[in-house]
Design a binder for this molecule. Structure first.
Ligand SMILES: Nc1nc2c(ncn2[C@@H]2O[C@H](COP(=O)(O)OP(=O)(O)OP(=O)(O)O)[C@@H](O)[C@H]2O)c(=O)[nH]1
Ligand SMILES: [Mg+2]
Length: 306
């Protein structure tokens, strides 16, 4: 995964090691290397502003760094880059989803999870995957079919529910999604279930009516976590939409989907840097098990692994 982004860091690290093996890192050479890294990051789909900030910070971190003359130069360089990335992203929370929701359950039941995002980004599939994971942990869930807008949305959710053995609370198409969410929460309260997952209709931030409707769903359901589903393949577009969404709804964190079909990898860095929100999971396929917990430090380590 993230092959292209890993190659960008690998090629940069190699260039640094080659330079310091023969000469010192002059200002001029550092500036060339910074431009090289910037271009490689942009080619890996990192947004321009983010590529600029990351390449500048890494070159700053390398300035005047002491590298062992005979030791493992590459690891020394990788450590500098790792430390720089950690610092650059230090205020982006690293959230372990499973332990967070377990913690939330100590204080209340049900825990309510609201899933948001544009059409086709993977909301419904992600609900199924996360529920599958929570059920394996021994928890119970009910789903709110709050996408009462798109034809076939309720049946699609019921299809997943049938396979996983989850109850769906539904109204008819055109019904108020907030009312569906409200009923699902009441159902969970009465049955003592652990989780309510609310499946909402895909929408663009430009549709003010639909965005206000989403705001109402959030006000009524008071979710413990509102999760924006970001399609990795639509990197910058997904970023812009998430930023506009924030004017209407609270976003607590993200799941980045379709990472299996996205060797470039750069959008993940872009989302983290620009939104400063935790990424709970990466979606890595269409199966229920294709969900990978995300940890930013592990991600950076993976990017820098030789
Ligand atoms: N390869 C891959 N495909 C995914 C992933 N997540 C979702 N998909 C696919 O993306 C398509 C859309 O997924 P949905 O879950 O229906 O998306 P949605 O956001 O609910 O879409 P709407 O209900 O139309 O707004 C489906 O074909 C999914 O199988 C992923 O992580 N990897
Ligand atoms: Mg859907």
């Amino acid at each position: 995964m993230f092959d292209r982004l890993r190659k960008a860091f690998k090629s940069f690290t190699d260039s640094i090691v080659n330079t310091i093996s023969t000469t010192t890192l002059s200002e001029e050479r550092l500036s060339e290397l910074r431009d090289e890294l910037f271009m490689q990051l942009v080619d890996s789909d990192v947004a321009v502003d983010v590529a600029d900030a990351v390449s500048n910070a890494i070159v700053e971190g390398l300035r005047g760094v002491k590298v062992p003359r005979f030791g493992d130069k590459e690891s020394a360089i990788r450590e500098v880059i790792m430390n720089t990335l950690s610092k650059l992203f230090s205020d982006v929370p690293n959230v372990d989803f499973a332990s967070t929701v377990t913690e939330l359950l100590r204080g209340k039941r049900p825990v309510v999870l609201l899933f948001l995002g544009p059409n086709g980004y993977g909301k419904t599939t992600t609900i199924a995957k996360i529920t599958h994971m929570l059920m394996k942990m021994g928890y119970t869930a009910v789903w709110a079919a709050a996408d009462t807008f798109r034809a076939g949305a309720i049946e699609q959710l019921e299809g997943h529910a049938g396979r996983l053995g989850v109850k769906v609370i539904k109204h008819s198409y055109g019904a108020d999604p907030a009312a569906v969410a409200y009923d699902a929460i009441n159902y969970a309260v009465n049955k003592g279930l652990h989780f309510v997952m609310i499946d909402t209709a895909g929408r663009m931030h430009t549709d003010v009516n639909l965005m206000n409707e989403l705001n109402k769903v959030q006000r009524v359901s008071k979710p413990d976590l509102s999760i924006f589903i970001a399609d990795a393949l639509l990197g910058n577009e997904a970023l812009e939409i998430a930023r506009h969404y924030s004017k209407y709804v609270r976003i607590d964190g993200l799941v980045v989907t379709k990472v299996d079909a996205y060797p470039k990898g750069g959008a993940i860095l872009t989302f983290l840097y620009m939104l400063r929100k935790p990424i709970y999971f990466l979606g890595v396929g269409q199966g229920y098990d294709d969900l990978r917990p995300f940890n930013k430090e592990e991600f950076f380590r993976e990017l820098l692994a030789s």
